[in-house]
Ligand binder design. Structure first.
Ligand SMILES: *Cc1c(COP(=O)(O)O)cnc(C)c1O
Length: 391
């Protein structure tokens, strides 16, 4: 009997939608020119590239000249942080970020610390919201940049970006946000929200992997990322991945076009899932902010069991999810996000992230609830933690 397959890991990656694929395909073998070439073949590819740039710009209300294509969100975040830190040394050496950023921000900050920069990692409250009081406390004349993500990839909490941007600009500090998870879930207008730099990725929004972009507001001082070519106005050299850019452009256009219909659908699905598992399974806890959050993502702690074990049992039943804890070299390392929210480490270990997609059906959700009920019970029956905790 074939195992049923249900994908609930859309925060890790999504499939490429047909609309996106249709626009990308000709770029591989028909409109294959080098977008920098001067002849007709090149100009044709160049025109597609610029159309993609316009689409990305329009989606966030930026100017096309402020969009730089990258290989994804990780590269965009690396560039934003290193590029601004290195270009603004004359002003200061301090960067403020949060404890719950994506690894591509946190590890880049650690790297910058090793090069002599000072980084403040703002704490968050139990819902995952960054402490504004701590931000105000640490902001000073040496601060060159604040980088706080728009929406968190593990627990879904959406930050108060406008408040943070306002505080940054009162001090003349550059404000960057990682909007990889937020785009398509909340409307983003970089002008209205006063955002200076913003990172994007294609593969979380039904676009291709290896394609992303960094929005850099005109006038921001930033070092070039890749030297040796005048592509991307000399800031990011190398023959451009035109197919990737075209895919990102189409994907973001659709994400913004369908924002309300998708958000409503995902929210309904998440709420149904949460209400059912709350009814059917005892001793669980929903992590993150209950209202100010991504519509299609929920992080659940199943008390008395290990998330990794549950993940494997779900996988045996064809269900793809991810854990809050990453298993590295045989030791269970606690999620830095759940830790920052102050979650009891024992509960954090039993955490699973379910992220729904625009094609997820109610029938699939019912199947997952059914499997969860059985597998959680199975694990609890053999768990030493259950024996210890319950009377
Ligand atoms: C996935 C993700 C990234 C990394 O993007 P890639 O395109 O995979 O490099 C960065 N930030 C957040 C919040 C993400 O979810």
């Amino acid at each position: 009997m074939a195992i049923r397959k249900v994908y609930l890991d859309n925060a890790a990656t999504t499939y490429v939608s047909n609309e996106v694929l249709t626009e990308m395909l000709p770029v591989f073998n028909t409109v294959y020119g080098n977008s920098s070439s001067l002849h007709g073949f090149g100009r044709e590819a160049g025109a597609l590239l610029e159309k993609a740039r316009e689409r990305v710009a329009k989606a966030i209300n930026a100017d096309p000249s402020e969009i730089y294509f990258t290989s994804g969100g990780t590269e965009a975040n690396n560039w934003a942080l290193k590029g601004v830190a290195n270009a603004n040394k004359a002003k200061g050496n301090k960067i403020i970020t949060s404890q719950i950023e994506h690894h591509s921000v946190l590890e880049t900050c650690k790297h910058l610390e090793s090069k002599g920069f000072k980084v403040v990692y703002l704490p968050v409250d139990e819902t995952g919201l960054v402490s504004i009081a701590d931000l105000l406390h640490h902001l000073d004349d040496k601060t060159v940049m604040i980088s706080v993500m728009a929406a968190n990839n593990e627990i879904g909490t959406i930050q108060n970006l406008q408040t943070i941007a306002k505080i940054a600009h009162e001090k003349g500090v550059i404000f960057h946000t990682d909007a990889v998870q937020a785009i398509g879930a909340i409307s983003i207008d970089v002008k209205q929200m006063d955002i200076d730099m913003l990172s994007l990725s294609g593969h979380k929004i039904y676009g291709p992997k290896g394609a992303g972009a960094l929005y850099i507001k005109k006038g921001i001082k930033i070092d070039n990322l890749i030297i040796g070519g005048n592509q991307e106005r000399g800031k990011r050299g190398g023959t451009v991945n035109v197919a990737g850019a075209v895919g990102l452009g189409k994907a973001i256009e659709i994400a913004v076009r369908d924002i309300s219909i998708n958000s409503k659908k995902l929210k309904t699905m998440r709420e149904y899932f949460v209400s059912e598992i709350t009814k059917e399974i005892s001793d669980i806890q929903i992590n993150g902010h209950l209202i100010q959050r991504l519509p299609g993502l929920v992080n659940v702690s199943f008390h008395f069991i290990e998330g990794e074990s549950l993940l494997l049992l779900l996988d045996l039943n064809g269900i793809g999810v991810s854990t809050g804890s990453a298993c590295s070299s045989g030791t269970l390392e606690q999620s830095h996000v759940l830790k920052a929210t102050g979650l009891d480490p024992e509960f954090a270990q039993g955490s699973i992230r379910f992220s729904f997609g625009k094609s997820t059906t109610k029938d699939e959700v019912d199947y997952v609830i059914d499997v969860l009920k059985k597998q959680v019970k199975k694990l609890r029956d053999i768990s030493p933690l259950t024996a210890k905790k319950s009377k």
